[in-house]
Design a protein around this ligand. Structure first.
Ligand code: CTP
Length: 443
């Protein structure tokens, strides 16, 4: 009996899928179909799959070609499947040509021509597409244009900048459709900004902090969803007003702290809350302002570790203290922020001009969890538990600069008609604003 195996996501099941299954079955007597699991797709950066695993399996089953359906859960599984299921032939579409030739030592490998003019990607594109507009001071991207390419249903189309040169240059550089700026004669920003708003569904604000609040307010008033670099404003009460305005206009206001969208970080939070290292005693975070891309001001850098701490230890801190070291000219070069909680202590070390070693550590009564280096963009963490030998590494695929995970989540939040961001709750953002205010008052 000739045993054939083929693999795929089979999202939004279409004619191309049907054809390859039919042809694969005709090449043998017994067909095994591997359908990718949701977590495997996320890990390999395929974030836009619409159908659930069950639905995709059901669609494959309904063709009647599959004698057995299995789930493909990790990279490298194909080899163990070939051995396990005594496979004679691996069949894949021509888009994979050459990629699996290394398996020829174990079974035959055949690439079949793809059915022309159809793909899941194309079908997904037919759903609702949201237009994104960028508000910026300069012509540097910070990843939004690139990262949206990985999220179907989103497209960056225009840019607004008060500075005409920056707007034009951004538009040219990233091949957008149009740019808007202040009026040359009157120097008024509102007419250009209104035109810009009329072209977009989602506004991404990456201007310097002082200008963000104004743009956020105006975009929310126009009924647009907003993503803004963090912090959105340095004042808790103003932030509350902005969230209220978003709720009134039934749109989402999302603070761009990509850390909270990363699987590795979420798993770390969940595991430490589930007592992986016992009771949490201390959380230590260090970050150098220079090392943090986009860290243009002290607050923009500080908001990242503060957010991590709030996610682990919660909003109910007892006291926050900032211990600044200044240079001879009175400029802050280093800050050690301490946050006291009833049963734990958090310390944040920020090197503004001096270099500190970027690291994130959670110390518990039974061990510790560490993310070395740039922990705000992490795909893994390590746990050292007292009673177990060695270090355990928890790894998750991480692609890009994290923004694509935020964008993907935003689309889900919009389609689920959620009223607030569920990765970083409004109250958590407000707590961040509160702490930043205290720290910035240190003089
Ligand atoms: N396939 C095909 N013809 C098409 C589309 C897919 O033969 N027009 C094949 C692929 O080559 C693969 C299998 O069907 O061997 C499952 O493909 P999958 O990646 O799930 O489908 P795509 O439509 O290619 O999905 P996407 O656009 O998300 O990559």
């Amino acid at each position: 009996m000739k045993r054939v195996i083929t693999y795929g996501t089979f999202d939004l099941f279409h004619e191309g899928h049907y054809n390859i299954l039919k042809r694969a079955k005709a090449l043998g007597d017994y067909l095994i179909v591997g359908v990718t699991s949701e977590s495997y797709d996320i890990e390999r950066g395929k974030l836009n799959v619409r159908d659930s695993l069950l639905k995709r399996i059901e669609n494959v089953r309904r063709t009647g070609f599959a004698d057995e359906i299995i789930i493909e859960e990790y990279q490298g599984q194909k080899l163990s499947d070939i051995i396990k299921y005594k496979v004679d032939l691996l069949v894949l579409g021509s888009d994979w040509r050459g990629k699996f030739d290394y398996l020829k030592d174990y079974c035959d490998v055949k690439y079949l021509e793809r059915t022309k003019n159809i793909s899941s990607t194309e079908l997904r594109g037919e759903g609702s597409t949201y237009t994104v507009g960028v508000v910026t001071d300069d012509d540097e991207d910070s990843g939004i244009v690139w990262e949206t390419k990985y999220v179907s249903g989103l497209h960056v189309e225009c840019v607004f900048s008060e500075n005409e040169d920056a707007a034009r240059s951004f538009c040219d550089k990233y091949e957008l459709d149009s740019y808007y700026c202040v009026e040359a004669q009157t120097s008024e920003w509102e007419p250009g900004f209104d035109c810009f708003l009329s072209q977009v569904d989602i506004v991404y604000i990456k201007t310097e902090q002082a200008k963000r609040e104004l743009y956020i307010r105006k975009a929310l008033e126009s009924g647009k969803h907003v993503i803004s670099d963090a912090p959105m404003t340095g004042n808790k009460e103003k932030l509350k007003e902005l969230f209220a305005l978003a709720a009134k206009n039934k749109v989402l206001l999302v603070e761009k702290i990509t850390l909270v969208y990363l699987r590795a970080f979420n798993q770390l939070v969940w595991q430490t809350h589930s007592a992986l290292v016992g009771e949490i005693v201390s959380v230590k975070c260090s970050i150098s302002q220079d090392h943090f891309e986009g860290g243009r001001s002290f607050s923009e850098t500080a908001v990242q570790p503060l957010c991590a701490i709030i996610k682990i230890l919660g909003k109910n801190y007892l006291e926050v203290k900032s211990n600044v070291v200044k240079d001879k000219a009175g400029k802050c070069i280093y800050d050690m922020i301490t946050m006291r909680y009833p049963d734990a202590l958090a310390t944040i070390e920020i090197g503004t001009t001096v270099d500190v070693e970027d690291e994130f550590v959670v110390i518990g009564t039974k061990g510790r969890v560490t993310i070395p280096n740039d922990w705000w963009n992490t795909g893994y963490f390590e746990a050292k538990i007292d009673d177990s030998k060695g270090l355990k590494r928890y790894c998750f695929n991480f692609e890009g600069n994290g923004l694509r995970y935020l964008l993907q989540e935003l689309l889900i939040m919009i389609s689920d008609e959620r009223t607030e961001c569920t990765r970083l709750f409004n109250e958590e953002s407000e707590t961040l604003a509160d702490i930043l205010e205290i720290i910035n008052q240190r003089g």
